[in-house]
Ligand binder design. Sequence first.
Ligand SMILES: *Cc1c(COP(=O)(O)O)cnc(C)c1O
Length: 525
Amino acid sequence: MNREGRPTAPQGGALSAHQTFTGARALQVEEPLIFETGRLDVTGVDVAEPAKVTSRLGAFERKGSMGLPGLSEPEAMRHYVRLSQKNYSIDAGLYPLGSCTMKHNPRFNEAMARLPGFSDVHPLQPPSTVQGALALIDELSHWLLELTGMQAVAMSPKAGAHGEMCGMMAIRAALEARGEAQSRTVVIVPESAHGTNPATAALIGFSVRAVPARDDGTVSAEAVKAALGPDVAAIMLTNPNTCGLFEPEVVEIAAAVHDAGAYFYCDGANFNAIVGKVRPGDLGVDAMHINLHKTFSTPHGGGGPGSGPVVLSQRLAPFAPVPFLQKNDDGALAFVEHENDAGEAQPFGRLCVFHGQMGMFVRAFAYMLSHGSDGLREASEDAVLNANYVRVGLADLMSQPFGDKPCMHEALFDDEWLKGTGVTTLDFAKAMIDEGYHPMTIYFPLVVHGAMLIEPTESESRAALDLFIATMRDLAMAAKAGHVGRFTQAPHHAPRNRLDETRAARAPVLRWTKPAPATRAQAAE
Ligand SMILES: *Cc1c(COP(=O)(O)O)cnc(C)c1O
């Protein structure tokens, strides 16, 4: 057997029920590393012998081969196609990850993003040659401000967490301008917050003061008031929050924060539940990142790409980072690239090398225009409707930590209902994989025991939701009936079964090393 538990030579049927000779699962073909299948003497292209040149590298010249594996052209094609098929994606099926908003990415957006005038521009091109691209950024900025009711927007942050950093740096710059940066060193963060919130505050040099969530999953103005003081720089509050609930006291919280001389940073990653319904600016928000890749449907996952523009209130607008767009006297758009050219404004500096994620801007803008204001509002309403449809469809079998009441765009369950079954939240999630579903978010938010956070998004049809609910109900009934075998070793049908996640995290094997020939011979026995 080799290291995958796969036979290396025919053994005539001595395989367990779920094993296959090739390691493939039905038409899901097993794919070794390219270093395992590639050979040094093979190449997919005929390249003429290079002309002899005298090396100028001296002692640095490579002595041996680089060891890059070679494959024939069809082998190379198959390798990468098979790898691509190992990705579960929103185009393959329902992707109910709560807090991540994995919604359909219309092909129209993709077509627009691939227009050469957007995809082929270079950030160092003279502004006069990219006026169309700049106009798109300008219009997108306009609509982001319109939808949020805010004063200014920094477009360059490249993800939600990066946007948080941008907003908190603007807050620090505002405090510096007020001469209070030394005294205001604390940021209030509710216990239910996304991990990026306290991480951002700490990264910028603030210390974090936690406020607990109430029994109903929301933050009380009273608890915030108790945490406020002359040492507080800001609060970072998510709304709708990570429990999928709208914070009912948000206006009172904002007023208290302002009265105490602090700023209100809103984590706007869940904006997709309220677009067109409420403007964060009207709630008293001073800074908020918008995850274009969640709210406006642009593709994300696996680490990128994202885009996290930050909208700012009147009080923070002057501190927005460079670059920002400006219309010159002749009507042409140009970036203000340097702090010295910013006029009245006092930019806190530059957040990243260039101007943001152009492809994501185009996709988000295409999504906005194709929906229109009524369509965007409807998308929010349908996201909330779909989440509640799933919630109600499961409520008699699965327990909800904050009672049987409406949620926003995601439905939250805990593991109370699994008590005594021998099945954990993790087991349940793994069994969903056998049924062809990417599991929902589990064990987040941390304030809920064994949390299962389901966000179906507005782009799922009723038929798709019905099948999902029926599958979840079947699994839930199986767990309650004691069919533990379906869960504890799940997934049974995936190419890899249950992994030792602790070992993978603590002792990751990040480098492939060629097995010694002797080991191979032993392995074949
Ligand atoms: C997704 C998310 C973030 C972080 O956004 P990234 O783009 O992944 O960096 C922050 N807060 C909440 C509530 C989120 O859902």
